[in-house]
Design a protein around this ligand. Structure first.
Ligand SMILES: *[C@@H]1O[C@H](CO)[C@@H](O)[C@H](O)[C@H]1NC(C)=O
Ligand SMILES: *[C@@H]1O[C@H](CO)[C@@H](O)[C@H](O)[C@H]1NC(C)=O
Ligand SMILES: *[C@@H]1O[C@H](CO)[C@@H](O)[C@H](O)[C@H]1NC(C)=O
Ligand SMILES: *[C@@H]1O[C@H](CO)[C@@H](O)[C@H](O)[C@H]1NC(C)=O
Ligand SMILES: *[C@@H]1O[C@H](CO)[C@@H](O)[C@H](O)[C@H]1NC(C)=O
Ligand SMILES: *[C@@H]1O[C@H](CO)[C@@H](O)[C@H](O)[C@H]1NC(C)=O
Ligand SMILES: *[C@@H]1O[C@H](CO)[C@@H](O)[C@H](O)[C@H]1NC(C)=O
Ligand SMILES: *[C@@H]1O[C@H](CO)[C@@H](O)[C@H](O)[C@H]1NC(C)=O
Ligand SMILES: *[C@@H]1O[C@H](CO)[C@@H](O)[C@H](O)[C@H]1NC(C)=O
Ligand SMILES: *[C@@H]1O[C@H](CO)[C@@H](O)[C@H](O)[C@H]1NC(C)=O
Ligand SMILES: *[C@@H]1O[C@H](CO)[C@@H](O)[C@H](O)[C@H]1NC(C)=O
Ligand SMILES: *[C@@H]1O[C@H](CO)[C@@H](O)[C@H](O)[C@H]1NC(C)=O
Length: 680
């Protein structure tokens, strides 16, 4: 029975052989930005996520959207915890602190539950700090402990009573790892050491951070992103940039400088942002992963549908200009000097996106009439080299109401996206498109042509394999038109498994490091982004698109010839027969393909995506013959030295059309990056 099945499928396969040849000149030029990242601070993907701070509600921040509270703090040993606005606050930005009193006699104090627990990893050095004012004289113990009272790490801090706010620092390092995140951080002291009420604020604990940055980012998530070799970074978000309602927008000035000067912000996804992850932190994130920032600025529009009137729009235009001066200006400028005073040299900004999805909720008319033009005119006048991106683009619609690049977002079902290989073929504007957000979000159910959103549709909890391959078809369709594209970014990035809102996401995680999960879609991006085509080459192909979809080209830096292929919804393995003009008989190619069961998803901390690598040698006629299984994504690469007789690396025309990727040289130079502490 088995052999019959095999031979039957072999016959079918042979009948469906996909044969194409790749020319050596005349392809579409390729954009310098093909694959990138987008970050939106959805339910604890910033705080409690990428931002490495481990204490939740560290500074009792809040406002009339999210009231201040002592949530996530628990009293120990008969203590009472209350919020106080003291006459001497820690700072104007952090006016509310936590007061601790007790009538007890033994050990007293309080604990924090973290972001649904704390990671305890042997050998990590944790750095903690807190501010105290009031009547405590004695040794305070900070202990990282499990719920069943295993003490993993402890520090003793000698505190002296004072009416002034005093910061104390401590470090500790566990020698044993905890088996889960069921741990708390306990602060205890002798009740007899209290000489009155004692007040605490800005209590912080950091594990080691990526590149060892102070106030930095979580290492495993940064490494997971870095492994995608992303070129650009759309930040600091989508909806979060817009804000819930006036006056709450992502006011960058409140996110820079010392943490005591950051008041926090009512994020648009159900929780208060500490803004410890602020503008500089986003820039360092981009810098550390060698990404170009595509900086989103607030565009005078709030998520409650209110647009700032034309007479007041200049306030927000000026805020965006100040933001750019802060990031890029030299020390002779007002805001550039402020940045220098914080210890950072100028950053490079090549892309600015004005707002986020401004066509939604009735924002389109004001965006087209005066909001976008006001930002466009002011930014392009002062920064003519910056590419300005409008926050939406409807590829099927009429000419957009502006003359600029647009940001195309697509949340789709597999049947829909797998039909979009040629989606951008007819786009003819002089301005390239950013695919600033894309994802398969629901399973196919049969008749639907797009997501059903809230009508009981089977929303995916995490990416699933055939959806990820449908994304690959779409990505290759964009790459085939990559002269018209800025790049593509999956969205959103992170799902905190303890408090999530938008699903599915590229990564899943919680406080326990072993739970960090790269989704099936992450594996697709890793493969496609990891091998870059700098020059598309024309393909001669007589067949139809599907089940095989492909692009091909060269990489001017490595001299490789490359084909990228997705196989979607085949009935059996698909045989390929492909040749490259300029690649001779006997040339060797590296073939890497990834495959998984059609409906598979990555389990927490695991991976179902198999990676297969093999060498394929060109036949006497120079063609590479191989098979790919159904629902697979592949990259075939022929290195310059392996191309065999006739390869044309070294031809002076070879680099024609080359624009250069981010990692290998960009529009503006990196010179001047760094400064104190920034360390490019
Ligand atoms: C301490 O005693 C006072 C007076 O009885 C009471 O109001 C307060 O709630 C008690 N505090 C604690 C922490 O038990
Ligand atoms: C705190 O602990 C240290 C060392 O254990 C001790 O020398 C010191 O006297 C203690 N301080 C107070 C105020 O108890
Ligand atoms: C505590 O550590 C922070 C960060 O390293 C530092 O800026 C601060 O000066 C330290 N404070 C004290 C009192 O040592
Ligand atoms: C954490 O503790 C809770 C109750 O204390 C328990 O239900 C849960 O299973 C624990 N989690 C792990 C990962 O052990
Ligand atoms: C730490 O605090 C938790 C409550 O959050 C408590 O259950 C535990 O007993 C405390 N452990 C120690 C050693 O004080
Ligand atoms: C942004 O924040 C700064 C500092 O708090 C404040 O002065 C300014 O008015 C805010 N801008 C707007 C437009 O809300
Ligand atoms: C995430 O935030 C939304 C508010 O936008 C809230 O409704 C939801 O309950 C949050 N999700 C979780 C799991 O806490
Ligand atoms: C595969 O193709 C068949 C036949 O056209 C179609 O019925 C089916 O829905 C497709 N499956 C997917 C996952 O697109
Ligand atoms: C592009 O234009 C061609 C010719 O008008 C048309 O056949 C094709 O359907 C269009 N493609 C898309 C994706 O709209
Ligand atoms: C260039 O783009 C056009 C559609 O715009 C497409 O037909 C053609 O195949 C592309 N060329 C290459 C080499 O990908
Ligand atoms: C995948 O799941 C769909 C239903 O969601 C089902 O129709 C299909 O048969 C499954 N495919 C496999 C290979 O299990
Ligand atoms: C192909 O694989 C071989 C062996 O793993 C490796 O040495 C070579 O660098 C690879 N070439 C390319 C172009 O990736």
């Amino acid at each position: 029975m088995l052999s019959q099945v095999l031979s039957a499928s072999a016959l079918v396969a042979a009948a469906q052989a996909v044969t194409f040849s790749v020319g050596s000149t005349g392809g579409n030029a390729t954009s310098p930005y093909q694959y990138g990242l987008m970050f939106e601070d959805i339910n604890n993907s910033g705080d409690g996520g990428v931002y490495a701070e481990l204490i939740q509600n560290r500074a009792f921040q809040g406002n009339d959207v999210y009231p201040r509270s002592t949530a996530y703090w628990n009293p120990l040993g008969g203590a009472a915890l209350s919020l106080k606005n003291l006459s001497t606050p820690l700072s104007a930005a952090l006016p509310t602190s936590m007061q601790v009193t007790t009538n007890g006699t033994g050990t007293t104090g309080f604990s924090n539950v973290g972001f649904w627990g704390f990671p305890v990893v042997a050998g990590w050095e944790y750095k903690g700090s807190f501010y105290v004012s009031g009547g405590l004289d004695g040794n305070l113990t900070v202990c990282l402990t499990s719920n069943d009272n295993v003490e993993y790490a402890e520090a003793s801090v000698e505190v002296s009573s004072s009416d002034a706010w005093t910061q104390y620092n401590y470090t500790f390092s566990p020698t044993v790892s905890a088996p889960n995140s069921n741990n708390t951080l306990n602060f205890t002291f002798a009740a007899s050491d209290l000489t009155g009420a004692v007040n605490f604020n800005l209590l912080s604990l950091f594990p080691p951070t990526y590149n060892n940055r102070e106030n930095g980012l979580r290492i495993d998530l940064m490494e997971g992103m870095g492994a995608l070799k992303p070129s650009f970074f759309r930040a600091p978000g989508g909806n979060n940039v817009e804000g819930l309602r006036e006056p709450y927008w992502w006011n960058w000035t409140q996110t820079v400088g010392p943490l005591v000067d950051r008041p926090g912000y009512p994020g648009t996804w159900g929780y208060e942002n500490t803004d410890g992850l602020g503008l500089i932190e986003y820039m360092l994130w981009a810098q550390d992963l060698d990404m170009d920032i595509s900086l989103s600025v607030h565009a005078g529009y709030f998520l409650d549908g209110v647009a700032v009137p034309e007479s007041e729009i200049q306030t927000y235009v000026q805020a965006a200009l100040d933001q750019l001066e802060f990031l890029t200006g030299d020390a002779s400028t007002t805001w550039g000097a402020y940045r220098e005073s914080l210890g950072y040299g100028p950053f490079v900004v090549n892309f600015v996106e004005v707002g986020n999805e401004d066509s939604l909720g009735g924002g389109g008319p004001t965006y087209a009439a005066y909001r976008f033009p006001a930002f466009y005119n002011a930014i392009s006048a002062k920064y003519p080299d910056i590419t300005i991106i409008a926050s939406y683009y409807d590829v099927d619609g009429a000419t957009p109401p502006y003359n600029a690049s647009g940001d195309f977002h697509e949340y789709a079902i597999p049947r829909q996206m797998s039909n979009q290989f040629t989606y951008f073929d007819n786009y003819t504007s002089a301005h390239p498109i950013l695919i600033g957000e894309y994802a398969i979000i629901e399973y196919d159910t049969g008749v639907q042509t797009g997501p059903q959103w809230n009508t009981g549709a089977p929303r995916a909890f995490v990416p699933f394999w055939y959806g990820s391959v449908a994304e690959a078809v779409f990505l290759l369709g964009a790459e085939r038109n990559s002269d018209k594209m800025i790049g593509a970014a999956y969205a959103p990035g992170f799902q905190n498994l303890n408090r999530w809102q938008w699903i599915p996401d590229l990564f899943e995680f919680d406080a326990y490091p072993a739970h960090t999960t790269m989704s099936t879609s992450w594996h697709v991006i890793q493969l496609l982004s990891g091998t870059r085509i700098s020059e598309n080459l024309p393909i001669t192909y007589d067949g139809v698109w599907g089940p095989a979809f492909f692009v091909a080209g060269r990489n001017a830096v490595t001299g490789s010839h490359i084909a990228k292929i997705a196989v979607y919804n085949a009935t059996a393995s698909v045989p390929f027969d492909l040749s490259f003009d300029g690649v001779g008989a006997g040339a060797t190619a590296n073939l890497t393909y990834i495959v998984a069961p059609m409906n598979a998803t990555n389990p927490i901390g695991g991976n179902v995506v198999e990676t297969h690598t093999s060498m394929v040698t060109a036949m006497h006629n120079g063609s590479f013959v191989f098979e790919l299984p159904e629902y697979s994504v592949a990259v075939l690469e022929i290195g310059a030295q392996a191309a065999g007789p006739g390869h044309n690396y070294g031809n002076p025309n070879y680099r024609r059309g080359w624009k250069g990727f981010k990692s290998w040289g960009k529009k503006n130079s990196h010179d001047g990056w760094g400064g104190n502490g920034a360390g490019w």
